[in-house]
Ligand binder design. Structure first.
Ligand code: ZN
Length: 336
């Protein structure tokens, strides 16, 4: 039985995958230099470029709604949240071209998701290095383009997500009920992890842990927004008790990081039921949602496979109902 959305649309049965990616097959670099762009190499193939270098080969699953929907049907996925490929976020680059790139990506995502609005919901891009511009683009994404929220990186140039300078962005996201996916970006990973050839396995979870640790440590404020850490929260679930120990010595009387981690959400993309269980314990059974990294080779396939070893009620929450609750917050936020 379909569940009525608060927008009045029906959401089909099946899992809700909050972590998938897409990119325009003709994405243009917004300025000269080491900006991302896409070169089409065949009707169903393209390559993502960073300046003059090839970053990744991709295929039409990145831009074809039809291919995406066929894969979703085969995998039992009702709805995907579709976000930019993190390498394109460009939080470390000049703000004006970054804002132009965000708008270009958001127009593409609006078109892609508009082809199947009951199955595809976008998470847009925002130029977070210019907080005022990011707030405006976030508002446009949610209010004008109907997006569920946005995707952001774990670091904005040299600014941590915990820096109060970003408060206007998080405040606006909270007011909109927006879903904010926090995703590590290759360019900000520890060079040691890259040097070891472990950017994916070590660099990304470490990077997410640093950003997440900042959010639950300093400054002592509530985010009040659906902030979802990718990849099960990276290494954060494992290190929270150690953060507690340090915080209790450095800042006695303040809420502990483990308590504040309950303000965050994460996806289920851990590839391992034991790791997922720890994420559930840290963030809460109602704060973990299915995520796969579709359509990339690292994706979990079939979607939510890790839930096969999970209690059925918990699997249902992670696979669907927790994400429905998050989407309802976007739809039900008061409009000015
Ligand atoms: Zn991803």
């Amino acid at each position: 039985m379909a569940v009525p959305d608060v927008d009045g649309r029906d959401i089909p049965d099946g899992r809700i995958d909050v972590h998938t990616h897409a990119i325009a097959p003709e994405l243009a670099a917004p300025a000269p230099g080491r900006w991302p762009s896409v070169e089409r190499t065949a009707p169903d193939k393209a390559r993502i470029m960073l300046g003059g270098s090839v970053y990744r080969q991709v295929d039409d699953r990145c831009w074809s709604a039809e291919r995406r929907l066929a894969d979703m049907d085969a995998d039992g996925v009702a709805v995907q949240l579709v976000s930019p490929i993190p390498v394109t976020l460009s939080h470390d680059k000049p703000a004006a071209p970054a804002a132009a790139l965000c708008r270009q990506q958001n127009e593409f995502l609006a078109d892609l998701c508009g082809r199947a609005p009951d199955r595809l919901r976008a998470l847009g891009a925002v130029p977070l290095q210019d907080v005022e511009a990011a707030v405006a683009e976030l508002r446009r994404c949610v209010r004008e383009l109907g997006f569920a929220g946005v995707e952001i990186g774990t670091l904005v140039g040299t600014t941590e997500l915990a820096d109060p300078v970003l408060d206007p962005f998080f405040d606006e996201a909270a007011a909109l009920g927006a879903f904010v996916l926090v995703h590590p970006v290759d360019q900000t990973l520890d060079p040691r992890a890259i040097g070891l050839g472990l950017g994916f396995g070590l660099g990304m979870p470490s990077e997410t842990a640093i950003a997440g640790a900042g959010l639950v440590s300093r400054p002592p404020r509530r985010l009040g927004v659906t902030v979802c850490l990718a990849h099960g929260g990276g290494a954060l679930p494992q290190i929270l008790p150690r953060l507690d120990r340090g915080a209790s010595l450095d800042r006695p009387g303040e809420p502990l990081p483990t308590e504040r981690a309950r303000e965050l959400w994460c996806d289920s993309l851990t590839y391992d039921a034991d790791s997922l269980a720890l994420s559930v314990r840290r963030f809460g059974a109602d704060h973990v949602m299915c995520g796969t990294d579709y359509p990339f080779v690292v994706r979990e396939s079939p979607a939510g496979a890790v839930l096969d070893d999970v209690d059925p009620d918990l699997a249902a929450a992670i696979g669907r109902t927790n994400a429905l609750a998050a989407l309802a917050r976007v739809s039900s936020a008061p409009r000015p």
